[in-house]
Design a protein around this ligand. Structure first.
Ligand SMILES: Nc1ncnc2c1ncn2[C@@H]1O[C@H](COP(=O)(O)OP(=O)(O)OP(=O)(O)O)[C@@H](O)[C@H]1O
Length: 234
């Protein structure tokens, strides 16, 4: 059984039909990558899974449970966290305050906080700094840390490498590899090299539909397929 099963998800935003029937299956464990050109519908897919848009018709089944029309907070309680493209952190709060606000209980689990500090040492060094003063990479680390400050079965991450320097992207890949040992990651990414280095399975969305799904290894080896779906290969 898949951890997450998305079937024929159609989402309208206002008067616009954005998703025309998105279907894919995310197995448990590792990193599943959603690829696609700008405006293809990747963010809308993540937001629809998270209940921030309401798909109709279609279904989202998580851990065997239909979560399709649940409220976002209830979906989060089922064990899904969302790291949006704009990172969703609070600039005037400190690093620690941002993390505390992401907990259900309002308290840190010491072991989890220690793991986060190991993954992202800057978040320990700057724990009392206001989040606005962090670098772009550190802000992205904080937004990912918020998603794993409590145990989750699945995290949805939208374009975490956008605008980051290559050295930071490498550190981010390391951290994701470590996180994916215990938490399934559904990653939306435009940086194909980053996506390829992490992904086990993948799907391509184009114009609100899944147009290809399979293993990342096979997709990465097939430049004609990449060209067709992403216009990537030179
Ligand atoms: N709030 C909105 N109102 C109207 N149209 C929207 C809204 N949000 C997204 N869209 C449209 O829906 C389509 C899909 O957008 P979406 O953000 O899901 O694409 P994406 O694949 O994540 O693209 P990108 O990689 O550029 O972020 C686009 O045509 C976009 O213009």
């Amino acid at each position: 059984m898949s951890l997450l099963s998305v079937q024929d998800m159609k989402t309208d935003i206002g008067q616009y039909a954005v998703l025309h029937g998105v279907s894919f299956e995310v197995p448990e464990g590792g990193v599943f990558v959603l690829l696609g050109r700008n405006g293809a519908g990747k963010t809308t897919t993540l937001r629809s899974i998270m209940g921030l848009w309401t798909p109709s018709p279609g279904s989202v089944v998580f851990n065997g449970q239909d979560i399709t029309r649940m409220h976002t907070a209830d979906i989060a309680r089922k064990g899904i966290a969302y790291v949006p493209e704009n990172m969703g952190i609070f600039g005037t709060l400190t690093v620690d305050e941002n993390l505390i606000l992401a907990t259900e209980s309002g308290r840190f689990d010491k072991a989890r906080l220690a793991r986060i500090h190991e993954l992202f040492p800057a978040l320990e060094r700057f724990r009392d700094k206001q989040a606005w003063s962090l670098s772009g990479g550190q802000k992205q680390m904080l937004s990912v840390a918020r998603a794993i400050i409590e145990p989750r079965a699945l995290i949805l991450i939208d374009e975490p490498t956008k605008g980051l320097a290559p050295s930071i992207v490498g550190a981010m890949a390391e951290a994701f590899r470590e996180i994916a040992q215990t938490t399934t990651i559904l990653l939306v990414e435009q940086n194909f090299n980053f996506a390829r280095s992490l992904g086990r399975d993948m799907a391509v969305i184009d114009d609100g539909r899944v147009v290809h799904a399979g293993s990342m290894e096979a997709f990465a080896a097939d430049t004609a397929l990449q060209d067709k779906h992403l216009g990537l290969s030179a």
